[in-house]
Ligand binder design. Structure first.
Ligand code: SF4
Ligand code: SF4
Length: 62
């Protein structure tokens, strides 16, 4: 399975909501850029919780 978690860093404000809600714990905030990043995309459940949670509409699951 080829998961892709797409994060638009131009939209991300670093609020951390997606990090908190991700049931797979594969999202984190980059300490330097304060933008959301993904660790292991293969662990993604593809249910799109982060997509629905993000107030900036910065995330997509493909
Ligand atoms: S779709 Fe779900 S498992 Fe995948 S990154 Fe978003 S919240 Fe995490
Ligand atoms: S919820 Fe959206 S704006 Fe907030 S950290 Fe995640 S991707 Fe960035």
């Amino acid at each position: 399975m080829n998961n892709t978690v797409l994060i638009d860093e131009n939209l991300c404000t670093g609020c951390g909501k997606c990090v908190t809600m991700c049931p797979k714990r594969i999202l984190y905030l980059d300490p330097e850029t304060k933008k959301c990043k993904v660790t292991d995309e293969t662990q993604c459940d593809r249910l799109g919780g982060c997509v629905w949670t993000c107030p900036m509409d910065a995330m997509q699951i493909r």
